[in-house]
Ligand binder design. Structure first.
Ligand code: IDP
Ligand code: MG
Length: 154
């Protein structure tokens, strides 16, 4: 089933000039970019987005890092996109992330780990609504869609 998931390219990706390389990973995999904008995060949205971490001692450092430059928020679409993207980004601690994953290939840190991606379908729905208005998400056909999926997979 086709799904949509939220990816945030974090300040290290923006300031280290890695946006293109990271976006290419998802494009080349066959996922479809259906929403994209550069925004600045603030304390209020980060308290919602990282609600599960807001009582941790490192929460203030997450806020100062995530507000240290603009970020790129993106919606990506594809069959089982939520799980596919989580597999592609690797585990939270970049030093333990498998080579071949985004964090495994581009980062050395727990906090400065390049990318956020929604954990499951429910989170994806909430997070996409948090960062995108309905008219900022698009539908279109990739020219290579028939090469990417078999008919019965779409
Ligand atoms: P995830 O991004 O892999 O889903 P979460 O546990 O949801 O990981 O944590 C959200 C973000 O908070 C992480 O990506 C990382 O940037 C930051 N974070 C999580 N745990 C730590 C920690 O122990 N120290 C510093 N930052 C952390
Ligand atoms: Mg998470």
């Amino acid at each position: 089933m086709s799904e949509r998931t939220l990816i945030i390219l974090k300040p290290d990706t923006v300031t280290r000039g890695l946006l293109g390389k990271v976006i290419s990973r998802f494009e080349e995999k066959g996922l479809k970019l259906v929403g994209c904008k550069m925004i600045e995060l603030n304390n209020e949205v980060l308290e919602k987005h990282y609600d599960h971490l807001k009582d941790k001692p490192f929460f203030p450092s997450i806020v100062s890092y995530m507000t240290s430059s603009p970020v790129l928020v993106q919606a990506w679409e594809g069959v089982e996109a939520v799980d596919v993207v989580r597999l592609m980004i690797g585990v939270t601690n970049s030093r333990q992330a498998q080579p071949g994953t985004v964090r495994g290939d581009f980062a050395m840190s727990i906090g400065r780990n390049i990318v956020h991606a929604s954990e499951d379908i429910d989170a994806a729905k909430v997070e996409l609504e948090r960062f995108f208005d309905q008219n900022e998400l698009y539908s279109y056909t990739r020219a290579d869609e028939d090469k990417i999926y078999e008919d019965d997979e779409k």
